[in-house]
Design a protein. Structure first.
Length: 278
């Protein structure tokens, strides 16, 4: 097994094209997986590729480099529609993990409980994938294809998260439930992006729930139902969450997850609406 530490993107892509390899940056997922017997491929450490880090805004879209740290996202000066993502950044592990872990690593790990995915789904984010063959962009819901599965080709690198023309007049929020407050895998997590009209009624609603299916899911039916409602009218229960397919496991039953998700949706909607008013 070889270890490579490229310092520019072209070198990184050449290394990926030559042999099967594992791309790493913060290694907050890599080392736990290796303790479970995974790994063994050559390592391409992209933590020193400067082109892959940072948050940029141009021509109506935002670009978050794949190696941008969670702590940088949490502190970034972003519109209210990003508040859900910034809140998720503050919930990733401990401060030490937030200072090492990256948004790209969280997406490529493709855990059903990946904190980044629900808020990014509400932002209708896409991912930029590069190889020596060229560049392609995929919607996030097409990139994460299953539990620990993505559409990343063997010679590709996820280089950025792309968010085109987000609704900057909307607010967003993130809710996470675990067995304890920090350093925990989610039992269920929910993100909401809400915009209110002049009369205080919802005229844009996006909801996404994680840890209740093989991948985090948007709730288009519920979103449509919310349009035109005032916050006082909103009432959600588990029957509204038919798009989800939670499982029973050591952290909670499927029924408990659905009940918790319904309550989280209510809280996230209220928090996001409050953010939008401010």
């Amino acid at each position: 097994m070889s270890y490579h530490l490229p310092t520019d993107l072209e070198e990184t892509l050449i290394l990926r094209s030559k042999a099967p390899s594992q791309v790493v940056a913060g290694c907050t997922d890599y080392f736990p997986a290796k303790q479970q017997g995974q790994g063994g491929l050559d390592i391409v450490d992209i933590s020193r590729v400067a082109q892959l880090s940072g948050i940029d805004h141009a021509d109506g879209h935002w670009r978050i480099g794949a190696t941008t740290r969670w702590s940088d996202i949490a502190r970034a000066d972003l519109p209210p529609c990003f508040d859900g993502l910034r809140a998720a950044a503050r919930e990733v592990g401990s401060i030490q993990i937030q200072n090492l872990g990256t948004i790209g690593g969280n997406l490529c790990n493709a855990s059903p409980a990946a904190d980044a995915v629900p808020p990014l789904l509400t932002l209708e984010a896409g991912v930029e994938l590069r190889s020596v063959r060229g560049v392609r962009e995929l919607p996030l819901d097409q990139f994460v294809t299953g539990n620990r599965k993505t559409a990343l080709a063997d010679d590709e690198v996820l280089t950025a998260v792309i968010i085109r023309n987000p609704p900057t007049d909307a607010g967003s929020a993130f809710q996470k439930l675990g067995a304890r407050r920090y350093l925990v895998i989610s039992i269920v997590m929910t993100a909401a992006l809400i915009r209110l009209d002049r009369n205080g009624r919802i005229d844009l609603a996006r909801l996404a729930v994680g840890a209740c299916s093989a991948t985090a899911r948007r709730l288009p039916g519920l979103e449509q139902t919310l349009i035109g409602q005032s916050l006082a009218d909103v009432n959600i229960d588990s029957s509204d969450l038919k798009d989800l397919s939670p499982i029973d496991d050591i952290r909670g039953t499927a029924d408990y997850r659905l009940e918790a998700a319904a309550e989280q949706c209510m809280r996230a909607i209220r928090d996001a609406a409050g953010c939008a008013r401010e």
